[in-house]
Design a protein around this ligand. Structure first.
Ligand code: BGC
Ligand code: BGC
Length: 837
């Protein structure tokens, strides 16, 4: 099932004659017919490579495992199979249910504080650990393991070293530096008491419209495979290491098995319709070196292969991964992913265990999952043998960690050494990675810059550490934070300033490029804003139009004869031809993280005009020619200039105007609904609904007048002047959308309003094939635009069928009212939260 109807973007072919239409290919390809008659999505293990899991068998540990299995009650065993999120579990729950693990999701933190200081994390680690080993109820007291998304450094922790996201590391072509990064990350994790990171992502993204593309190193399976072993070794130490916690290590998790980066049209959690050979050769390749280094855990993907959800695919999880590939650790599922398996719900899914999942990531559903598994084990519906096998795998990893002997987290090596978080030697490793990851796409002789001159640093990304760090930084989406949340970090601007000033020059920050003293050169920092997972999915490879304002800055500077360096922050290659044409030099910095100083190391030369550090980065994936992938490649995989490359002429690239966002989660913007959707005005039940196309318009027999008003752009909003009575403004779509996945998280329905005359009462709701739900809210008069937000969870609780929304937005008012609607979209950044009631 497709979860989103992609919005097409309106592209006006300008210079590019006959440019192929951009709207994404919207057809679902038919899964290929199965050969051998065993059905689509069933793998043939015999065609997969066989590996040897290198972790030495430990007879003593096996003896202990057998002994524990003998002594554990069924309840204790089931508890081991369940992982709860910090949001929704207490140490008391862990004690009572013998939970095997907890995790901290992107938006969780000790005491409900995502930004809690490091000592709070260690304190929480102790509390949960002590609860897990408590034997006062007669249980065996298996210590729990705590997992976190330390995906680019210990990235949930304020003050930690934040490394470039994986796509930037892919540009370095340097496995030994990747190993060092893994080792530094492991040390920093140990400071706050966790033992497990959900990294590295070994996705091989094939379609960069995917919102998680930056979590993968490259589109090239060989390049990804060349990094995986190094990262796992950096984190875990060598496979023979049988007491990880005695040293500076943690366990790793390669994710997301399998073909998370291979879904059709790059839809997150979507379906990959590729054949089995492609599945094996592209997406399976990195699992060889991961298993070769004895990776302790594998996380299974939300996505499906040939229509079958991975979390329920026994042929891949058990027959291929565990049996054929000899993976000897344990398999964890993803965030409530079991609920997406055919026939399952978030509360019940024995199918996942049967398929080979050993541990359920059941963030807020751990209790029903526990109870359901227990009941089914008691009734014999799930086999005891399978339960014992899963528990044994988990215990084996825990023994390898040395968890049974390690004592409480704060007693272990490195714990509480807070100086290690963001330690200078750690930051130096990150800064080196920043230098090595930058890719030079154009240089008409302006780089390297001389340090002695007057430098203008412009663009909306110049002095913003959150922006340069991307998603999965302190918060899930990497939003809602600012420079003050990054003690010890360096923005791109501050790095440039330090370097230029040390060389006797000056650097001035001016986001819009205005200046009083004429600069010798300007750097304009622009690009994507942070996002993660499905929130980053796009329908095309265009940079969102609202992010292209810095183009105007470049244009103005160029018009004044000032040399311009464009520096792009991005998680993926995107169509940016206007900037490539305008700037004298163009550098891709990806998402460099906390050590923005690495940028200046390469861009600013020495007094003699010689580089201090060269450009070594090469594209980890091809750069597109237009927003449509099928239109071909502008710069191939592996492209990247150096300071040694002779300056060449520049043939202007074709430009096409991108006027609409390709964010598939934007439902109403710039005065129009998403393509294929309608904006309607309706009244009480039975009243006809009027579709609003052109304005001014009238609806409900003249009771409602619809006009245009400005919002962000000219006539970007729609104003509704309602004479009296009931009136609803609705969005209706053509194909139902499934927002089940976002309802699982903390995603909200956001709607931006300006209210001249408030109604007597108002409600916000949504409706699906089998149910509507609405919540009343206080719609207040205001002369400013305000972004209201209602969690999708609330709408579901009120009865909205979120799996098949056909009326994704229903704003209903009673009484005279006069208000305008600017935007409707999904997101998390509400200004006014509508309380759930
Ligand atoms: C993501 C995983 C992540 C997990 C825990 C999921 O939504 O897909 O990559 O490790 O959440 O935060
Ligand atoms: C993420 C979690 C995050 C949650 C927020 C999940 O998809 O993976 O890490 O905290 O959504 O609702």
């Amino acid at each position: 099932m497709i979860s989103f109807r992609a919005t097409s973007i309106a592209v006006t072919a300008a210079l590019l004659a006959g440019c192929a239409a951009v709207p994404a290919d919207m057809e679902l390809r038919q899964p290929p017919l199965a050969d051998g008659g065993d059905g689509p999505g069933i793998a043939h293990p015999e065609i997969w490579p066989a590996y040897d899991y290198p972790v030495p068998a430990n007879p003593q540990a096996e003896q202990r495992i057998a002994d524990l299995l003998n002594r554990m009650t069924l309840e204790e065993k089931i508890g081991q199979l369940v992982q709860a999120d910090l949001c929704c579990v207490t140490p008391e729950d862990v004690r009572r249910y013998n939970l095997g693990s907890i995790l901290v999701g992107g938006n969780s933190g000790p005491g409900g504080d995502d930004l809690a200081p490091a000592p709070e994390w260690l304190k929480a680690a102790d509390e949960f650990y002590l609860a897990s080993v408590d034997r006062s109820d007669g249980g065996v007291g298996v210590p729990l393991v705590w997992g976190t998304d330390a995906v680019h450094g210990h990235s949930n922790i304020v003050g930690a070293t934040i490394f470039p996201h994986n796509i930037g590391l892919g540009a370095m072509r340097d496995p030994s530096l990747v190993e060092k990064i893994g080792a530094v990350t492991a040390k920093e994790i140990r400071v706050t008491g966790q033992e497990w990171t959900f990294a590295p992502t070994v996705a091989v993204p094939q379609d960069f419209r995917w919102g998680r593309a930056y979590e993968g190193y490259s589109s090239d399976p060989e390049l990804v495979a060349s990094y995986v072993g190094a990262m796992v070794r950096g984190l875990q130490g060598p496979p023979t290491n049988d007491n990880l916690l005695a040293g500076p290590h943690v366990i790793a998790s390669t994710k997301h098995f399998l073909a998370d980066g291979g879904t059709d049209r790059g839809v997150d959690q979507g379906d990959s319709s590729i054949d089995e050979e492609t599945l094996r050769d592209i997406h399976g390749l990195p699992y060889g070196p991961a298993i070769g280094e004895g990776v302790a855990t594998v996380m299974v993907s939300f996505s499906s292969w040939q229509g079958r959800k991975m979390t329920g695919n026994r042929s891949l999880v058990t027959d291929v991964l565990k049996d054929r590939m000899d993976f000897g650790g344990f398999v964890v599922s993803d965030w409530n992913a079991h609920g997406q398996v055919e026939g399952c719900t978030n509360e019940s899914c024995p199918e996942a265990l049967t398929a080979g999942i050993d541990m359920y990531m059941a963030p807020d559903t751990w209790k029903p999952i526990y109870e359901d598994l227990l009941a089914r084990a008691r009734s014999g519906e799930v086999s005891m043998e399978r339960i014992d096998e899963a528990v044994a795998r988990i215990l084996r990893v825990k023994m390898r960690l040395g968890l049974f002997e390690a004592g409480k987290p704060s007693d272990r090596p490195l714990s509480g050494d807070y100086d290690l978080l963001g330690a200078p030697e750690h930051r130096e490793v990150a800064r080196q990675a920043v230098r090595q990851s930058m890719v030079l796409l154009k240089n008409q002789g302006v780089l390297p810059l001389r340090p002695g001159g007057r430098l203008l640093v412009a663009g909306d990304g110049a002095d913003d550490i959150a922006r340069q760090s991307g998603g999965w930084t302190l918060s899930w989406q990497g939003t809602g934070i600012d420079n003050s949340d990054f003690p010890g970090a360096t923005s791109i601007f501050s790095g440039l300033k330090q370097t230029v000033e040390a060389g006797g020059g000056t650097a001035q920050l001016s986001p819009d490029g205005s200046f009083s003293e004429r600069p010798d050169a300007a750097i304009v920092v622009f690009g994507e804003k942070p996002y993660s997972e499905f929130q980053g999915d796009r329908a095309t490879l265009a940079l969102d139009p609202e992010l292209t304002a810095p183009y105007e800055t470049m244009r103005k500077l160029k018009a004044q004869g000032i040399p311009v360096v464009a520096l792009m922050l991005t998680g993926r290659p995107l169509y940016v031809n206007p900037a490539l044409n305008m700037a004298d030099a163009f550098v891709v910095a990806w998402l460099p993280g906390s050590e923005g100083g690495g940028v200046a190391d390469v861009l600013v030369g020495n007094a003699a005009g010689q580089p201090r550090h060269g450009f070594t980065g090469k594209l980890p994936a091809a750069w597109p020619q237009t927003p449509a992938m099928e239109d071909g490649v502008l710069f191939p995989f592996g492209y990247g200039l150096t300071y040694g490359t002779a300056a060449q002429g520049w043939t202007p690239l074709p430009e096409i105007a991108v006027t609409e966002t390709s964010d598939t989660r934007s439902w109403f913007t710039a005065g129009s609904p998403a393509s294929g959707w309608s904006l309607l005005v309706g009244g009480e039940e039975g009243d006809v609904q009027t579709r609003v196309t052109t304005v001014p318009a009238e609806a409900l027999r003249g009771r409602v007048r619809v006009t245009a008003t400005d919002y962000l752009v000219q006539e970007g909003g729609r104003r509704f002047t309602i004479a009296d009575g009931d009136a609803s403004v609705l969005l209706r779509n053509f194909e139902p959308v499934n927002v089940d996945r976002e309802t699982n998280g903390d995603v909200k329905l956001l709607f931006t309003l300006r209210v001249w005359d408030a109604p007597d009462s108002a409600s916000i709701g949504a409706g699906g094939e089998s149910g509507r739900g609405a919540v009343s809210f206080d719609m207040q008069q205001s002369s400013e635009w305000r972004r209201y937000g209602i969690p999708l969870k609330c709408l579901r609780a009120q009865g909205a069928d979120v799996t098949e929304l056909t009326l994704p937005f229903i704003l209903r008012t009673q009484g005279t009212a006069d208000y305008a609607l600017g935007e409707v979209r999904l997101g998390t950044d509400a200004e006014v939260d509508v309380p759930c009631s």
